[in-house]
Ligand binder design. Structure first.
Ligand SMILES: Nc1nc2c([nH]c(=O)n2[C@H]2C[C@H](O)[C@@H](COP(=O)(O)OP(=O)(O)OP(=O)(O)O)O2)c(=O)[nH]1
Length: 166
């Protein structure tokens, strides 16, 4: 290899993106139980998968949700952060909304569950997904409050201190 074709030692290859979809409806998020491979079977994740070459993460998510769950969905916003799955694979989580269809575990999953904010901890999430759970819980609490206007607003400041109290 001559000096024009040699790669600089510092050059790295960008990891491939895995996109997970936090599909939110009715104040709940859809969690999916993996059916394979053996190392991750039984653990829970946000349905989705690897982006193909030339595909944006939202495009990949829409395709994966169609293939895996049989639904039409739209990616809404990325939850801040990116978490390494392996050296060559990086996880992003995007919120998404259901446009049509009822999710079914057609491919890659053995079970689906709609979880409220209070139920998020009840399943055994893949390690990397846990980083996104606090943000998902905040979104679910806001969605629940919007569904029930009588409920206290989770974003509202607490009561003012009582000046008479010592
Ligand atoms: N889909 C998904 N994968 C996740 C999440 N969290 C996490 O660590 N992963 C890991 C599990 C896998 O090692 C990898 C994604 O692989 P995958 O099997 O879902 O991807 P894919 O559907 O494109 O499958 P394939 O084409 O490789 O067969 O990322 C998540 O929330 N959703």
């Amino acid at each position: 290899m001559d000096q024009h074709t040699a790669l600089p030692a510092s050059r790295t290859v960008a990891p491939r993106i895995v996109v997970g979809g936090a599909l939110i409806a009715g104040g709940r998020v859809l969690a999916a139980r993996r059916s394979a491979p053996a190392e991750t079977a039984g653990r829970w994740e946000f349905p989705g998968g690897k982006a193909e070459a030339g595909e944006t993460p939202p495009e990949a998510l829409v395709r994966e949700l169609r293939e895996e769950l049989g639904v039409e969905a739209r990616a809404l916003a990325r939850i801040p952060g990116a978490w390494p799955v392996r050296a060559d694979l990086e996880l992003q989580i995007w919120t998404a909304e259901l446009l049509s269809g009822t999710p079914a575990p057609l491919q890659d999953h053995s079970e689906l569950r709609w979880l409220s904010a209070a139920e998020l901890d009840r399943v055994d999430w893949l390690d990397q997904d846990r980083f996104a759970l606090p943000a998902v819980a905040r979104l679910l609490a806001a969605a629940e409050a919007a569904l029930d206007p009588a409920a206290p607003d989770p974003a509202a400041p607490g009561p003012a201190p009582d000046p008479a109290a010592t």
